[in-house]
Design a protein around this ligand. Sequence first.
Ligand code: UDP
Length: 245
Amino acid sequence: MSEITNLIAEGRAKRLYATENEDEAVVYYRDETVAFHGLKRGRIIGKGEINNLICEYMFTLLTEKGVPNHFIRRVDNRCSLVKRVEIIPFTVTVRNIAAGSLARRIGLPDGTRLRNPVIEFNLKNEELEDSLLNVTHITALNLATTAEVRQIEMMSRRVNEILSECMSGIGIELIDFKVEFGRYKGEILLADEVSPDTCRFWDANTHEPLDLDRFRHDLGDVEEAYREVLHRLTGNVLRSNEEEA
Ligand code: UDP
């Protein structure tokens, strides 16, 4: 791998570094976490390592299933090498079961199964609480073309099918998840991360959350839940508990 040169971006959950190869970047996964559009902040010890391993597993699976994504390979405990994409400035949320903001917005109890997956787009802007967008907003604001949105939606649906099947095989229900996409050499790639920070995972038997909702709602055993997801996915029992640098 070519050497890291400088910090490109620092978010709460990740840092992104440039490398000598301008087509690649290094993601460093942090223990820091935020919820409710940045209003609640905290730290989940060891989360960076766990999410790095979970993302390696998820992106490798998605590559095998033909979903083009930014992941190249894991570099060490907390870092992975990725393609340096130009992030498209809206997020995509796919929902199978109503929870969180959707449950509040449309007045359905948490846990209500939806008759079909719901796809939502949100502006990447924390100050505006990540405003909900539809396709006409996206094209009017020149965030992406109609053809790009169509492709992004198709890829998001495919990710939902692949992840739902994978999680169901390890006794976990995929409630919803948020993904981001980027442009790279004329192609659209799935980017960002797929982890308990960005997905709602419920144990299929107990319906207990195994994700960031444990932090959002002070449910306790946050680290244990993240470890449980990694363990069920990969068999990896991570014990290092190393704090981030
Ligand atoms: N999500 C995320 N980042 C955000 C907001 C939401 O990764 O800034 C994920 C969240 O973990 C869940 C899905 O997107 O899996 C849908 O979240 P929702 O819109 O219900 O918002 P929240 O309840 O997190 O405010």
